[in-house]
Design a protein around this ligand. Structure first.
Ligand code: KG4
Ligand code: ZN
Length: 340
């Protein structure tokens, strides 16, 4: 079976042609980083317009690389939730149009399920049931994943997502966008114990929740106290920036690791799968690995090229197809996170 998958939930325009043995025939990701860089974050309206310009060339190039023609496809899959409304609509309308023109079935992909399915792609075998931790620019959530199509929300952030906090703190430190890789790089030369930043809910073991907004404020106040104007980025010494980056990164990682293994304990499951852009963070990856080892938990972290947004993880659509979950052409975009 051959599947075309389309992903436009945020600021990556991506498509892939996948075979049901999980091989990737062709895949393209057109990033928009350069368009959003000067705003230190994704501007939804700019993202939607850029998707509109790129979606057809990206699909064309993907089919060309795969050496596959539209009529050879068995289905078209598209991420229709969650994400930015305008961005989602571009991919969704493209997918529906292809289905209307070719008569192929339409499959809906939940972007968050895709982030966890990236672990299954890398593992080369089934990984369910598992606890899923999704850490990205838009989400920091824990799920009990009974199967690839059956996710139950266990808890998540009550304010900022982890990636969002990385991006905002990087902007405060003058480190550029996207903030995650920039903070990780600066942190290499910093002392993670220089500042003791808050680890939210760490003293409430039974509460599966994250909060990164107060942490962000704590970094702001470490730069200049309450009521004081923030110095220009260039005015901070390189060592101070490195220490702030390292201390901030350590606080985020501590929170994520603690709650991920609390979720493993509370569900009684023995497998933890981690995906999303922040899962590319090396400190997070090594701390998760240490902790999993110590607790004898099977750990899968998405490979680096499948952490940030891509269409390969849309392979989860094969699972929906197998389960008979095909959509009508009135399928809508669902921007918000739907919690059970
Ligand atoms: O999954 P993703 O590509 O998009 C969303 O679905 O949101 O995640 C993007 C996020 C950005 O906030 C970026 O700063 C963060 O992932 N990120 C990282 C790293 N690489 C990307 N955060 C921490 N460390 C990294 N190495
Ligand atoms: Zn994502």
């Amino acid at each position: 079976m051959l599947l075309l998958t389309i992903e436009t939930t945020c600021d990556e325009t991506a498509a892939a042609v996948l075979r049901d043995d999980m091989s990737v025939m062709g895949a393209v990701v057109a990033s928009q980083e350069e368009l959003h860089e000067r705003f230190s974050g994704v501007v939804p309206e700019i993202a939607a317009r850029a998707h509109l310009e790129r979606i057809i060339p990206v699909i064309d190039e993907t089919l060309r690389r795969a050496g596959v023609k539209l009529d050879e496809l068995d289905a078209v899959a598209v991420a229709n939730t969650p994400g930015l409304a305008g961005s989602l609509l571009v991919g969704l309308v493209a997918a529906k149009t292809l289905c209307l023109a070719t008569g192929k079935p339409l499959v809906a992909v939940n972007h968050l399920h895709g982030h966890i399915y990236a672990c299954r792609m890398a593992a080369g075998r089934q990984i369910f049931p598992c606890v899923g931790l999704i850490v990205s620019g838009g989400h920091s959530n824990l799920y009990r994943c009974d199967s690839p199509v059956d996710f139950h929300y266990l808890g998540g952030t009550i304010d900022d997502a982890a990636g969002e906090a990385f991006d905002k703190v990087a902007a405060m430190l003058g480190l550029g966008y996207p903030g995650g890789p920039a903070i990780a790089k600066a942190a290499l030369k910093g002392d993670a114990a220089a500042f003791r930043f808050p680890r939210s809910f760490i003293h409430e073991p039974s509460r599966l929740a994250f909060s990164f907004s107060g942490l962000k404020t704590a970094v702001r106040y470490a730069i200049a106290g309450p009521g004081k104007p923030r110095p220009e980025a260039g005015e901070l010494s390189q060592q101070l920036v490195a220490d702030l980056a390292a201390s901030f990164q350590a606080a985020v990682v501590d929170s994520l690791v603690d709650k991920a293994f609390r979720a493993v304990e509370s569900t009684g499951l023995r497998t933890l799968c981690v995906g999303g852009g922040v899962a590319a963070n090396q400190l997070l990856r090594s701390r998760l690995a240490e902790e999993a080892d110590a607790r004898d938990v099977e750990l899968h972290i998405a490979p680096l090229d499948l952490c940030t947004d891509n269409a390969v993880m849309g392979a989860v659509a094969f699972e929906r197809l197998k389960a008979g979950l095909v959509e009508n052409l009135d399928l809508d975009a669902q921007p918000g996170l739907v919690r059970a």
